[in-house]
Design a protein around this ligand. Structure first.
Ligand SMILES: C[S@@+](CC[C@H](N)C(=O)[O-])C[C@H]1O[C@@H](n2cnc3c(N)ncnc32)[C@H](O)[C@@H]1O
Length: 190
């Protein structure tokens, strides 16, 4: 999975946004940050090779509606191989609403993102962040990882500003050092 990830990072860094999948430690921190046990509808954005998906599946109940949106077809195959039975749609995170409607779900309780935000334009960041906010039920939770260099590099800081525009109150965890590169977990509640 690591080799596959690196290949995509080299060929299309603008959508992959990392050189390796999230570590077990980071994946666990992300999945633990939200109340997956009680969630009835959960959506993952950008599952990649399924590192976080695997942790989500361990926590949700069998009756939870869970699906993911991923733009890379090869990653979709990897996630489905790693997490059999998982629904992964080939589409952009911007279109969450379409898939909730398809499943007859008015909103979702948790949205978990592995998206490479710093690679997106401001327009796209805001479009996806607003789609996330609008699709969350009241009290719904949003969690995502953000690499440590995003705290100082202009692209990361631009994203943080846009994130705050849509989710004015958000929290970050301590850095998760056991990841390449180290990362923070961002958490917001609607
Ligand atoms: C940094 S990787 C994270 C992968 C995985 N969540 C992990 O933690 O290992 C970013 C993922 O987001 C996907 N992605 C990029 N843009 C996307 C978009 N607009 N909608 C859905 N997925 C997207 C990429 O193809 C890639 O799988």
């Amino acid at each position: 999975m690591g080799a596959e990830f690196l290949r995509h990072a080299i060929n299309s860094f603008d959508t992959t946004g990392a050189i390796s999948p999230s570590s077990r430690k980071l994946s666990r921190e992300v999945a633990r940050a939200v109340d997956l046990k009680r969630a009835k509808v959960v959506v993952e954005l950008g599952p990649g090779t399924g590192a976080v998906t695997e942790k989500i599946l361990r926590r949700i109940s069998p009756s939870t509606l869970f699906f993911a949106l991923e733009v890379n077809k090869s990653f979709i195959r990897s996630t489905k191989r790693r997490c059999p039975g998982t629904i992964v749609y080939h589409d952009s995170a911007a279109n969450i609403r379409k898939y909730l409607d398809m499943h007859g779900a008015p909103g979702c309780d948790c949205i978990i993102s592995g998206l490479p935000w710093a690679c997106f334009t401001t327009k796209m960041q805001l479009q996806i962040l607003r789609a996330v906010r609008d699709c969350l039920n009241p009290g719904g939770e949003f969690v995502m990882s953000s690499y440590i260099h995003g705290q100082i590099l202009p692209k990361g800081l631009r994203f943080k500003r846009n994130f705050r525009r849509v989710f004015p109150k958000f929290k970050t965890t301590k850095a998760v050092w056991w990841n390449m590169p180290p990362a923070f977990v961002f958490y917001a509640r609607k």
